[in-house]
Design a protein around this ligand. Structure first.
Ligand SMILES: C[S@@+](CC[C@H](N)C(=O)[O-])C[C@H]1O[C@@H](n2cnc3c(N)ncnc32)[C@H](O)[C@@H]1O
Length: 351
C-alpha cells in the first residue's frame, strides 16, 4: 500500500460519507446533547465529507492546544475549536488536498458561528508518520485526537512515537480507530478498497497495545468499543472470519508507571467540577468516579489523574510510600492483612 492510493481513495473515489461501502467509518448515535448543539453549527459541506468512526471529544478542553491527525474535511477540528474556546487552538493535519480544501474553505464561517474574533484553527498538509517535517516540536501539544485514520497509516509505530514526542508531559492522545480481532494477512492490505474502507490496515488490538507501550504510552485505556458490520457481500467474502471493532482509546504521557496495576493503598475523590460530568467522570470503560465518593485506585490510575489536566478535579488520598501487592479492584480495604505491608523499596524517594 502507498500513500498515493489512500489519497486517491479520499480525494477522488469518495465524494461523501454515503459513498462508503461499509459502516466502518460511521459514528454511532450516542452523541451527548452539548456536542449535538456544536455539531449543529458545523458547515454542511464539512459534515458531508465526514468519515470518522467515533467521538473524539474528551473532557476539560478549555484553553488547550490540540492536534487532529488525519483531520479530513475538518469536522472534529471545528467541534473541538468550539470546546477549547477562543484561547485554545486546534490544528488539523491531512495529506489529501481535496479534504484540506473543504476544511480550509470554512475557517471564517466557524469562527463566526462560535463567536470568535478570528479563527482558532489551522490545517496543515503532511503525513502523520512524519510530524517533525511539519515543524511540530517536542512537548508542544496538550491533546492529540484522531478519528479513523491510524489504520490507514503505513507506519503505525512512527505515528504513535511521533504523537508521544510532541505531547506535553501529562498530555493525552484520545482517538477512535478500527481494530481487527487477529492480524490481517498482508495480501488484504494491498486491496485499495479494503484498505481505504479502514479495514485491512487495522491493527490487531493486542499488537496496538504492545506498540503503544513500546513507544512510551505505558497504560493504554479503552473508553468505548462497538462491533463493525460489513454489509457488502464482496468485501465480506474477502475478509473471511476477521472481526472488526471501532474503539476509542486514551493514551497519556506519564512518568513512573507500573507494568501492572499495583496497590499503594491510595484513593481519590472526584469533586464533580468537570463541565457536563457533574455526577460521574468516566476515565475509561472500567473506571468511573461518582462525585464525592472515595474510590480506591491503583498507582497507575492515581498517576494518570495526578499528572494530567484532571488533577484539579480530584482529591488524592495516600502516597506511593508503601506497596501492598497487586491491585485488586473491589477487594476489601478495611480488613487487616495477615502480613505487614511491604516496606518502601530501597532507594525510594517518596517519603
Ligand atoms: C477515514 S478519513 C477520516 C477523516 C476525518 N478524521 C474524519 O473523521 O472525517 C481518513 C483521512 O486520513 C487521511 N490520511 C490517511 N492516511 C494519512 C497519513 N498517513 N497522513 C496524513 N493523512 C492521512 C486521509 O487523507 C483522510 O482524509
Amino acid at each position: 500500500m502507498q500513500h498515493e492510493t489512500v489519497q486517491e481513495y479520499y480525494g477522488e473515489t469518495l465524494q461523501g460519507s454515503s459513498d462508503l461501502q461499509t459502516n466502518a467509518c460511521c459514528t454511532p448515535d450516542a452523541i451527548p446533547d452539548y456536542l449535538k448543539k456544536i455539531l449543529g453549527k458545523i458547515h454542511d459541506e464539512v459534515l458531508s465529507r465526514y468519515y470518522g468512526c467515533g467521538l473524539v471529544a474528551p473532557e476539560a478542553l478549555e484553553g488547550l492546544k490540540v492536534l487532529d491527525l488525519g483531520s479530513g474535511s475538518g469536522r472534529d477540528v471545528y467541534a473541538l475549536s468550539a470546546l477549547v474556546g477562543e484561547d485554545g487552538f486546534v490544528t488539523g493535519v491531512d495529506m489529501t488536498d481535496a479534504q484540506l480544501d473543504v476544511a480550509r474553505a470554512h475557517m471564517d464561517y466557524h469562527a463566526e458561528a462560535f463567536g470568535y474574533a478570528k479563527p482558532n484553527t489551522a490545517f496543515v498538509k503532511g503525513t502523520i508518520e512524519d510530524l517533525g517535517a511539519l515543524g511540530f516540536e517536542d512537548n508542544s501539544f496538550d491533546l492529540i485526537v484522531s478519528n479513523c485514520v491510524i489504520n490507514l497509516a503505513l507506519d503505525k509505530e512512527a505515528v504513535l512515537s511521533e504523537a508521544y514526542r510532541i505531547l506535553k508531559p501529562g498530555g493525552e492522545m484520545y482517538f477512535s480507530d478500527v481494530y481487527a480481532d487477529r492480524r490481517v494477512p498482508g495480501s488484504l492490505r494491498e486491496d485499495p478498497v479494503l484498505y481505504g474502507e479502514c479495514l485491512s490496515g487495522a491493527l490487531y488490538r493486542n499488537d496496538f497495545i504492545a506498540l503503544s507501550k513500546k513507544v512510551g504510552f505505558g497504560d493504554p485505556r479503552m473508553v468505548d468499543t462497538r462491533v463493525l458490520t460489513v454489509e457488502n457481500p464482496q468485501i465480506e467474502a474477502k475478509l473471511g472470519n476477521i472481526g472488526f471493532t471501532s474503539e476509542t482509546w486514551r493514551l497519556f504521557k506519564l512518568n513512573n508507571l507500573d507494568a501492572n496495576p499495583e496497590d499503594y493503598g491510595q484513593a481519590v475523590i472526584y469533586n464533580g467540577g468537570l463541565e457536563h460530568m457533574a455526577q460521574v467522570f468516566v476515565l475509561d470503560e472500567d473506571k468511573q468516579f461518582e462525585a464525592g465518593k472515595c474510590v480506591p485506585v491503583c498507582g497507575n490510575t492515581a498517576r494518570t489523574l495526578g499528572q494530567s489536566r484532571f488533577a484539579q478535579y480530584f482529591d488524592f488520598i495516600g502516597t506511593f510510600c508503601r506497596h501492598y501487592g497487586a491491585f485488586e479492584p473491589g477487594a476489601k480495604t478495611d480488613a487487616p492483612r495477615t502480613q505487614a505491608a511491604t516496606e518502601p523499596a530501597a532507594g525510594g524517594s517518596c517519603c
